[in-house]
Design a protein around this ligand. Structure first.
Ligand SMILES: [Zn+2]
Length: 394
């Protein structure tokens, strides 16, 4: 029996349990469970909502969009001379034209020659439609003289045409010191010259720190992302020597505090499950922004709190999807269907709909509610805030 089968729904067992709890004999009008109800593995359970509620299709956004968070390219670890294209620029442009997307930011552009290849095929070949961010040279982080080298690499990337810096969750969760193997802290002082170079060159820093809270908890029957973690076991940061979720976030906060001139875009709403905490951070750090990529599943299941958050921080929220080409993460699968869900969430007040184009909600079995943003807020979130960060015309 595989592990998935341990979580099996049995109509007979459920109904039997209920009737035992109520009384030992069936009540009048109570139907008897079928004698041999088949077991149904959880991964085959695809319940259809029976709600009769409006379903608004939003094929194009009401205003032009900058997708601030996409992975058209991917740096190759240990090979900065090359870059991998996970999405074809021509295919991107087709979808962009259909979906009213003015520009896409490919965050993972690597550095060095790889970065230059990404810029040549994206920003240079299609001016105004794509822009590319650079990434730190993590493999050199334990080298002597790394701090200065990294700041110089940022300046080199800027000269090559990179418009920002992307920091993957590598920092805090994977990057380890050569030698003693301990995890390098997000607020380690060796990165200070890099954060300052970003400020001097007006390059926003798109930073992903930590992950959903459930990824730091045991993968047990109480874990609301059991299915997601079961499908992606390496996403779990429970146990071992991983820092706690909040410790990682507070280290990010130290960085924003120490570098007030640097503009940080905390990806995935910084912590989409704890908007009171994110609000507290936004209030104390005016250089903090957030994107909504891959977190409408969280925002959309707390629509009233999310709507207040958008109203209050409407000048510091940017649109992003985290799109890539991987079918194993349908909530990030680049294509028309994904954008239509984001637009529906932001523009309509539709109720209880899927946050991902998938037969089963891939991050957890919940559905979402639209937040019906007013036009002035939509314009800012769709494009204006990102344009300001990128130094593009309003
Ligand atoms: Zn991403």
């Amino acid at each position: 029996m595989n592990r998935r089968n341990w979580i099996a729904l049995s109509a007979a067992a459920l109904a039997g349990g209920r009737s035992r709890a109520q009384s030992s004999a069936p009540q009048p009008g109570q139907s008897q469970p079928p004698a041999e109800a088949p077991e149904l593995p959880l991964d085959q359970y695809q319940p259809k909502s029976m709600l009769h509620v409006p379903e608004t299709r939003v094929p194009r956004s009401r205003f032009p969009v900058i997708d601030f968070h996409a992975h058209i390219t991917n740096g190759i670890p240990g090979d900065p001379a090359n870059i991998r294209f996970s999405l074809e620029p021509a295919h991107c442009l087709d979808v962009m034209d259909r979906k009213n997307i003015r520009a896409m930011v490919s965050l993972t552009g690597g550095y060095g020659d790889g970065l230059r290849q990404a810029i040549a095929k994206l920003s240079s070949a299609h001016p105004g439609r794509f822009t590319v961010f650079t990434e730190p040279a993590w493999a050199k982080a334990s080298d002597a003289g790394y701090s200065k080298l990294q700041a110089d690499l940022i300046a080199d990337a800027h000269r090559a045409g990179a418009t920002g810096i992307k920091v993957l969750k590598t920092l805090g969760l994977f990057l380890r010191e050569r030698g003693d193997n301990r995890l390098v802290r997000v607020d380690d002082r060796r990165f200070d010259p890099m954060w300052e170079a970003a400020a001097a060159l007006k390059m926003p820093v798109a930073i992903h720190v930590s992950d959903p809270e459930a990824f730091f908890l045991p993968i047990d029957r109480f874990n609301e992302r059991w299915e997601e973690l079961h499908a992606h076991p390496t996403w779990s940061f429970h146990g071992k020597d991983f820092p706690a979720n909040r410790e990682l976030q507070e280290a990010r906060r130290n960085v924003m505090r120490r570098h007030p001139r640097t503009q940080f875009v905390c990806l995935h709403v910084a912590d989409a499950e704890d908007l009171p905490y994110v609000s507290e951070c936004m209030d104390s750090h005016p250089n903090m922004h957030v994107d909504i990529a891959a977190r409408i599943g969280e925002l959309g299941r707390q629509p009233r709190m999310a709507r207040k958050f958008f109203d209050r921080y409407q000048d510091r929220i940017v649109f992003g999807t985290d799109s890539s080409s991987s079918p194993s993460t349908p909530q990030q699968l680049f294509g028309d269907a994904l954008y239509e869900i984001y637009y529906r969430f932001l523009e309509t007040e539709d109720e209880y709909f899927d946050y991902a184009p998938a037969p089963v909600p891939p991050q957890g079995r919940w559905r979402i509610y639209g937040i019906g943003l007013p036009e002035a807020v939509l314009r800012k979130v769709y494009r204006e805030n990102a344009a300001r960060l990128l130094g593009w015309p309003a």
